[in-house]
Design a protein around this ligand. Structure first.
Ligand code: ATP
Ligand code: MG
Length: 347
């Protein structure tokens, strides 16, 4: 297992993905989705949205930090090497047309269908809600509008998004059949899931078992030294299990020194290496991996006006796309009452 790479399908023209601005991105995001975006940005047109309207589906208070999180997420994008010359990075709420498209799509989705989305029940359970809000119920419909608004034909996602992408495809199909073919049915390559530092199935910021892309070297070292390993191995001379061992899973993803990884694995299996050495080397490898990311982050962090410009420029571009698609959708549905540009739309 090494860092995943995405194999290009010849019919892909446009990618869309994004993140809710709920906090900084971590190594799980890198493995599960940022890497695929980096693979695609040289090959297809890329749209990456910061989905601030989607925050309201699970949170209606303490929203003051959203603005800060938006900047941090964009910094994370730029830091990993997503290039604003190649990718349109934009803010969802600066493209209000998406809400009108959401409304059109809502008319095509039955309430029981929306209620059957598995992430809905999970969210209600995990967040201990009395019931889902209308916004939470509409979460995947807004997501479908984000995707179809730019006519994306490839949407790299994590496995938890599968049911949402299936609904997106259904909405596209239903629309195309009812009116005329306007929307693609997007493919959704699924990125691998990274285990948590504590051995839990998923690295997740709310579980506190992640290394953030913005962590400094000492924090990385501290986190790695406390990682969960083979619990059976109480002494360095006991043969250990490499398979499923988080320390080796992380070595496999992030350590570019393959000889070192092979050597550590061998000696671990034979009981000829201590955890401390394995972890020291992992901490060094992750820091090597993060160093160029830190450098780019520092560059953009020192230029906040540039980050804002990138987001505003991207949003202008995305909005142009959005207005065109919305007009097309309205025409297909028989809802375009006037010729030419919609009344009130800025060109
Ligand atoms: P929270 O704890 O608040 O749920 P999180 O760290 O799980 O945060 P999300 O914002 O839920 O992050 O994740 C957004 C997307 O990032 C997910 O849909 C998934 O595709 C991807 N992702 C998150 N964590 C991982 C992971 N550990 N491995 C692979 N992909 C991940
Ligand atoms: Mg999560």
């Amino acid at each position: 297992m090494v860092m995943p790479t995405l194999e290009l399908k010849p019919h892909w023209r446009r990618m869309l993905t994004g993140d809710r601005p709920t906090g900084p991105l971590h190594l799980g995001h890198y493995v599960g989705s940022l890497k695929f975006r980096l693979d695609l940005q040289d090959k297809v047109e890329c749209f990456i949205l910061v989905a601030d309207l989607h925050v309201l589906t699970t949170r209606i208070q303490g929203l003051e930090e959203v603005g800060h999180n938006i900047r941090e997420v964009v910094l994370d994008y730029l830091a990993v090497g997503l290039d604003p010359q190649k990718c349109t990075i934009y803010l969802q709420s600066l493209v209000p047309e998406v809400l009108e498209l959401t409304w059109l799509f809502m008319a095509l989705v039955g309430v029981p269908r929306a209620q059957r989305i598995p992430t809905l029940k999970e969210q209600v359970r995990d967040l201990k809600l009395d019931s889902a809000s209308m916004a939470l119920l509409a979460y995947p419909i807004l997501q479908a509008a984000d995707i179809l608004m730019v006519k994306a034909d490839v949407v790299p996602v994590g496995e938890d998004q599968e049911s949402h992408l299936e609904l997106t495809r259904e909405i596209a199909r239903r629309f195309n059949r009812l009116y005329r073919p306007v929307f693609p049915e997007p493919d959704y390559p699924i990125g691998p899931r990274l285990v948590g530092l504590d051995g839990q199935a998923k690295a997740s910021k709310s579980l506190g078992n992640v290394i953030f892309l913005s962590d400094d070297p000492e924090t990385v070292r501290r986190k790695v030294m406390s990682m969960y390993t083979d619990p059976q191995r109480i002494r360095a001379d006991i043969p250990g299990r490499v398979e499923g061992n988080p320390v080796f899973i992380y070595h496999n993803y992030f350590n570019d020194d393959r000889d070192e990884v092979a050597d550590l694995q061998d000696r671990y299996r034979q009981g000829r290496v201590g955890d401390v050495e394995v972890k020291e080397k992992l901490a060094r490898a992750i820091n090597r991996f993060l160093d160029p990311i830190r450098e780019r982050r520092a560059y953009f962090a020192a230029r906040p006006h540039l980050v804002e410009e990138i987001l505003k420029d991207g949003s202008r571009r995305a909005r142009q796309e959005a207005q065109n698609t919305l007009q097309e959708a309205r025409e297909a549905m028989g809802l375009a009452y006037f010729r030419g540009a919609p009344v009130g739309a800025e060109g």
